[in-house]
Design a protein around this ligand. Structure first.
Ligand SMILES: NC(=O)c1ccc[n+]([C@@H]2O[C@H](COP(=O)([O-])OP(=O)(O)OC[C@H]3O[C@@H](n4cnc5c(N)ncnc54)[C@H](OP(=O)(O)O)[C@@H]3O)[C@@H](O)[C@H]2O)c1
Length: 237
């Protein structure tokens, strides 16, 4: 059984992964901005299930919260062998953005790129000890191709993909394996304003949770670096 950090566990993909992996018996450390979001769920911080999971404050904009979250996890579970990065934001910023959209671009950079970078940096020492550690990163198809006019979101996800490649390079000899999951639309709050495509035909969070669960069963020799998930045909990638 693994000792797993999951960011963005309050909702969407992160929460679905947390529920699946909890059921499978892993020890989970969940990073959320608002602990209240998990009250009255199976991941309620108030339940007396401290051997199975802990819930800690994590804000990708606050470097110190990453450090404290990692420290508390190691204090509780003794080590960390897996990090699943699900915290992320989405903004529609065109190439010719307005002055008042500059903050959106900065936020995307901080949350989608620096957040996972800094969290991985603090967890690295522990991942390096395991000899079969895993990093799973929720990237996006927007990290593989730039579609339409999502300039800033795509920029952040391409940058994240490049970080994944560096993590793979630097972690390889230590047994750290990295997987970048690159979905198209997933039926979560993030896609709630997408109306041109039926929600039932989008990728569902539970399917990504199943993929993560399968990834954790694979040996170092067989972990895929990239998993592209298309819910619509894209012939150019
Ligand atoms: N949904 C899609 O169509 C889709 C497609 C491809 C890739 N992805 C990627 O998959 C990941 C998860 O997306 P999702 O669909 O599950 O989105 P979601 O339902 O909107 O959930 C986003 C999660 O990120 C957390 N988060 C946002 N800002 C944060 C911050 N500053 N610090 C810490 N946590 C923060 C949210 O926490 P709060 O509850 O506190 O806001 C929430 O738990 C993201 O990286 C996203 O880019 C999503």
């Amino acid at each position: 059984m693994r000792k797993i950090l999951i960011s963005g566990a309050s909702r969407g993909i992160g929460k679905a992964i947390a529920l699946k992996l909890l059921k499978e018996g892993h020890s989970l450390s969940l990073g959320v901005r608002e602990r209240e979001d998990l009250v009255n769920t199976l991941l309620d911080p108030k339940t007396n299930n401290s051997e199975k999971f802990l819930v800690h404050t994590y804000d990708a904009n606050d470097q110190d919260s990453s450090k404290k979250w990692v420290e508390k996890t190691v204090e509780t579970f003794k080590n960390i062998d897996t990090v699943i990065h699900c915290a992320g934001i989405f903004k529609r910023t065109n190439l010719l953005f307005n002055d008042n959209e500059m903050k959106d671009i900065e936020d995307l950079w901080k949350v989608n790129v620096m957040g996972p970078w800094i969290l991985t940096k603090y967890a690295w020492k522990y991942l390096s000890l395991s000899n079969s550690a895993r990093i799973i990163m929720l990237v996006s198809m927007s990290g593989k191709r730039s579609k339409g006019n999502l300039a800033s979101y795509s920029m952040s996800k391409f940058a994240l993909m490049s970080l994944c490649q560096t993590m793979r390079n630097e972690g390889w000899e230590k047994g750290i394996r990295v997987t970048a999951i690159c979905p198209g639309w997933v039926n979560t709050d993030m896609a709630k304003e997408v109306n041109h495509f039926p929600k039932k035909d989008m990728i569902q969070s539970n399917d990504i949770a199943n993929i993560c669960s399968n990834l954790l069963d694979l040996p170092n020799s067989s972990v895929p670096f990239e998993i592209a998930l298309n819910c619509q045909l894209e012939t150019n990638i």
